[in-house]
Ligand binder design. Structure first.
Ligand SMILES: [Zn+2]
Length: 599
């Protein structure tokens, strides 16, 4: 007796048997029940998720002797012949092998005029339709635009974006999803029970996860395992046949890292090599486990989600969970992803795996930034609010008096909400202070409140005519409104005294400061009149124009470059993480480098 593979024996014959595509099957059922069935369909989605199967079921729904019906009988001639792929009126074409216009003409166009031999509809199922040539699509388009009433097109594709818009817009498009490992596992269990196979849950979960969302792959893999193991399947059988990494090894590696035991990590790497594992796969599986831990660290209720963690792993995951910080897991994910790509084409893949594990252990020893911030805040409660103003040195924040009423309430402060790019920005290089800044000379940090005699004038200002007026003016501001001085005036990149006006220059990221100047314009102008004895208009302007102008004259740096630098810097400054760093280390951004471009 010949063996029929699982995928064929268990091929769904009705809509309700299609796994994991409820949105599609429900819509098709409703359309059929209400008699609103399109004449052209596009079934899009990854391979092995049920597109062709659903196409055949739809053909049955249309052509069943009892049809059109949402529930084809499965026993009439059309139902049986469609399932076997030999119905005269249901033509299956694989566009991957028949891409030419001649085939489209021959098979489809010329067949259109002919009425169905026996069935109600002539149905064309075109697999991998995106492979058709442009001219074939054009030929097909005419048929789809005005199909004879007895014709239905069902086009399946793994690349919806390659289908011409003219075709897609004239078709009803269904997007098939990858199937969850849980749904795949459930189906495999059903098959095992029906076939009298004893398979452990762990073994089934391993097959399901390895299939990565494709039911067909899962069934094919299960066939392979059965051929090897017979009717009793254990997790080791699965790992051996599919070349998968056993769960024990994965958990052992994670434990070695949690123990920060480099020797054990080396030994496990050796064991993986001896077992003949694909080390890239090992990295990928480790990354998957890291991802599971990360998800669980954020939402423990996901323990019940078998897509995250098969039940048999729960105990081990629970033990490991408290041993890794989220930051650590995020770093581990990077390390493992990098190792996976390095191993590809490496002469000694084992070295890369070993180095990756050691790197991970080493990185664990770094204190998480959040802890550092917490510690610092705990030590100096005066600095409680995290630095909002990037450029403000911490000495100032600690000594500044409470903001006077005119100072913007925090609600009015610019909301530096974490942007989606903050993570990437945070990864850019922030070099610590000590080095003098390259770009526009910054004003000196404001003096602490306890040392009012110190002059606050930015040293960068040329001490020319009006220099002393300026010094006096700034000193008056500081005396009258210390907090305003510290948080706004001292943050200016430049303060320029012109013949009839005073210009505070800020970077684009310093919108808050610029706004504050405008809001206090009247007061600032009144004070200027008192100090200078003449009317001076106060304004807040961007330093950007100035920087570009300077760049134009400086050799080697184009205006674009400078502009880009300024925008990178502004982006970095807008990141809450960078702001926190600047505050904690009294650091200064001297240069922003995009890491991607370097590598
Ligand atoms: Zn039927």
């Amino acid at each position: 007796m010949s063996y029929t593979v699982i995928a064929r024996r268990w091929r769904p014959q009705k809509l309700d048997e299609v796994i994991g595509q409820r949105a599609v099957t429900q819509t098709l059922r409703n359309a059929m029940s209400s008699g609103r069935v399109a004449q052209a369909f596009v079934f899009a989605g990854p391979r092995g998720v049920g597109k062709t199967t659903t196409a055949r079921i739809l053909a049955r729904m249309l052509n069943c002797a009892n049809g059109p019906t949402a529930d084809p009988c499965g026993t009439c001639d059309p139902c049986r012949e469609i399932a076997e792929g030999r119905d005269m009126d249901v033509l299956e074409i694989d566009a991957a092998t028949h891409t030419g216009i001649d085939n489209v003409r021959e098979v489809i166009i010329s067949g259109l005029a002919i009425v169905p031999v026996r069935d109600k509809y002539k149905i064309f199922i075109i697999d991998e339709v995106h492979q058709l040539s442009a001219s074939s699509f054009n030929a097909l388009l005419k048929s789809i635009e005005e199909p004879p009433p007895h014709v239905t097109f069902i086009m399946a594709t793994t690349a919806l974006d390659k289908i011409p818009e003219t075709i897609a817009s004239r078709s009803q498009v269904f997007e098939f999803k990858t199937i969850s490992s849980r749904a795949i596992g459930d189906q495999l269990k059903k098959i095992a029970v029906a076939d009298g196979i004893t398979a452990s849950d762990e073994a089934i979960a391993l097959v399901a996860r390895a299939a990565e969302g494709s039911m067909r792959d899962a069934e094919t893999a299960f066939d392979q395992v059965l051929a090897f193991a017979g009717n009793t399947v254990g997790v080791e059988d699965v790992a051996t046949v599919l070349g998968l990494v056993g769960r024990d090894l994965l958990f052992d590696v994670l434990t070695a890292v949690a123990d920060e035991n480099g020797a054990a990590a080396f030994e496990l790497a050796g064991r993986a090599v001896e077992a003949g594992y694909d080390l890239r796969l090992l990295c990928r599986e480790l990354a998957r486990l890291v991802r599971d831990l990360l998800v669980l660290s954020i939402d423990e209720t996901r323990f019940t989600d078998t897509d995250i963690a098969p039940e048999q792993d729960h105990e081990r995951l629970k033990l490991l969970l408290p041993r890794f910080s989220r930051e650590d897991l995020l770093r581990a994910f990077d390390v493992l992803a990098r190792a996976e790509s390095e191993i590809k084409g490496a002469a000694e893949p084992r070295y890369h795996l070993e180095m990756a594990l050691l790197r991970w252990i080493h990185l664990r020893k770094l204190t998480p930034l959040s802890d550092l911030i917490e510690q610092l805040q705990g030590r100096s409660p005066a600095a409680a609010p995290p630095p909002r103003v990037a450029a403000a040195p911490p000495t100032h924040r600690q000594s500044a008096p409470a903001p006077p009423p005119f100072s913007a309430p925090s609600a009015a402060a610019p909301s530096v909400a974490a942007s989606s790019s903050s993570a990437t920005v945070a990864r850019r290089v922030v070099r610590e202070t000590s080095r003098p800044p390259i770009a526009p000379p910054r004003s000196t940090p404001p003096p602490p409140a306890v040392a009012p005699e110190r002059s606050a004038a930015p040293p960068s200002q040329p001490a020319g005519a009006g220099g002393s007026v300026k010094d006096t003016y700034l000193e008056e501001i500081r005396k009258a409104r210390g907090a305003f001085y510290g948080s706004v005036v001292a943050q200016a990149q430049r303060i320029e005294f012109e013949s009839d006006r005073i210009v505070f220059r800020f970077t684009d990221a310093q919108k808050f400061q610029a706004d504050q100047v405008w809001q206090n314009k009247d007061w600032l102008e009144k004070l200027a009149l008192q100090v200078a004895g003449r009317r001076l208009a106060v304004a807040a302007e961007s330093v950007r124009a100035e920087t570009s102008a300077r760049a134009a004259t400086s050799p080697g740096a184009s205006a674009d470059q400078v502009k880009q630098e300024a925008s990178l810097k502004a982006e970095a400054l807008a990141s809450p993480t960078v702001q926190a760093l600047l505050g904690i280390f009294a650091a200064d951004i001297t240069d922003v480098t995009e890491l991607k471009k370097k590598s």
